[in-house]
Design a protein around this ligand. Structure first.
Ligand code: NIG
Ligand code: FE
Length: 385
């Protein structure tokens, strides 16, 4: 569509707005102007516009917001996946395999891989993605990872505290992350993250990382309670983190803490799928009143999927979420996890990030798992495929 002209998208059979009331419109229309939603409602009330598009009763949903992804890496770990499917457990130790491959890779190799995965996501309807560093683990390699991530998204996350590099002492490495590495990386990151887990960073180290990041002006998020129950979720709530991610092993106190906070519980079912682990209990979180998001965790070790639709299908089948809850979590939930109100919902004023489905209803995302259902994607009002 031409800039500054308004576009009327008409003939929407079903429109999942992901607004605060969970409004679903039938026989709807949308007006897009200057890259934003100018109007949404029943087509009988539609205003006039400069240009016109008829969707012939397709369903329309907001662009997916994938609020957790690790796209700057090199190398392949399909052998590790194969070993797991033959009975080996996952303990996060494979992160170091990717660190070795990433450090050896030239910038262009990392850039091409990140471009390939970002494009794969966009084609599948993801119009916003958060991208973490975390496979460099040196000042120089974390900095270049963030520079490359920043070529693809504004939602960049410094994850120097992904794991302790081979041969390093955890406290000494934490001092590097919270000192010189943070100084170098903070100008290139919006967020800071830490893997709080047995074998990675303990509660004190995770607290040091997040408080140093916050003091440097970064928003906070955390990999918490993925493999074991631990202090991560309560630390996130105490520090007012935007998101606690994984939330697979939660005590009642963790669930209460999340329910009484603004910290989003971001669930990453691709990781449980790919590590053959029990899924997080989304129902328990939702029933307690916690805000839930869904994201891919796309990374070469624990969850090598770029598909938000796949995560929705897993959440519905395995985590007792309804299709509407899962889609809300994959759109406005992800936006909340990034503290964004301008994306993830189809409401006036929001960025016109839209996915047109080759289906009469959003329910098909879970009902027809593994089927490519994306007919068209709009980001900021522009058709991107
Ligand atoms: O979110 N848990 C820590 N980090 C990633 C896994 C990274 C890897 O195995 O390479 C995750 O699952
Ligand atoms: Fe992750």
């Amino acid at each position: 569509m031409s800039p500054h002209k308004s576009l009327l998208i008409d003939g929407i059979g079903e429109l999942f707005s992901a607004d605060d009331d969970g409004t679903i419109y039938y026989d709807a229309a949308i007006v897009v102007e200057d890259g934003k939603i100018a109007w949404v409602g029943h087509r009988l009330n539609r205003p006039a516009a400069d240009e016109y598009l008829d969707l012939d009763n397709c369903a329309v949903i907001p662009g997916f917001v994938d609020s957790h992804a690790h796209l700057v890496f090199a190398g392949d770990r399909s052998g590790e996946f194969d070993a797991r499917m033959n009975g080996e457990p996952y303990d996060g130790g494979g992160i170091r395999t990717t660190v070795t491959a990433t450090r050896l890779a030239k910038d262009d190799r990392l850039r091409e891989n990140c471009a390939r995965l970002s494009a794969e996501m966009l084609r599948q309807g993801t119009t916003t993605v958060e991208i973490k560093s975390g496979y460099g683990l040196s000042v120089e390699d974390e900095l270049r990872s963030l520079r490359i991530a920043g070529e693809f998204t504004d939602e960049t996350t410094f994850l120097g505290a992904h794991t302790v590099p081979a041969g390093a002492d955890a406290d000494e490495y934490t001092a590097l992350v919270t000192g010189p590495m943070l100084d170098a990386c903070a100008p290139h990151a919006k967020w800071i993250d830490v893997f709080c887990e047995r074998g990675a960073f303990d509660g004190d180290q995770a607290r040091a990382v997040l408080t140093a990041g916050a003091a440097a002006g970064l928003g906070t998020r955390i990999h918490a309670n993925q493999l074991t129950e631990g202090p991560g979720v309560r630390l996130a709530v105490e520090l007012g983190a935007a998101s606690a991610d994984h939330c697979t092993h939660l005590s009642d106190a963790d669930v209460d803490a999340l329910a009484n906070s603004d910290t989003v519980a971001t669930l990453l079912p691709g990781a449980e799928f790919s590590t053959r682990s029990p899924y997080p209990d989304a129902r328990r979180l939702l029933d307690a009143g916690a805000r839930v998001a869904l994201a891919t965790d796309c990374n070469p070790g624990s969850s090598y999927t770029s598909s938000m639709a796949f995560c929705i299908a897993l959440a519905v089948r395995e985590m007792r979420m309804s299709p509407a809850e899962a889609l809300d979590a994959a759109t406005s939930g992800g936006a909340d996890a990034l503290r964004r109100t301008d994306i993830g919902r189809i409401v006036p004023g929001a960025r016109a990030d839209l996915v047109v489905l080759d289906a009469p209803s959003y329910v098909h995302l879970a009902y027809r798992p593994g089927t490519p259902l994306v007919h068209a994607v709009y980001r900021g009002g522009r058709a991107v495929n």
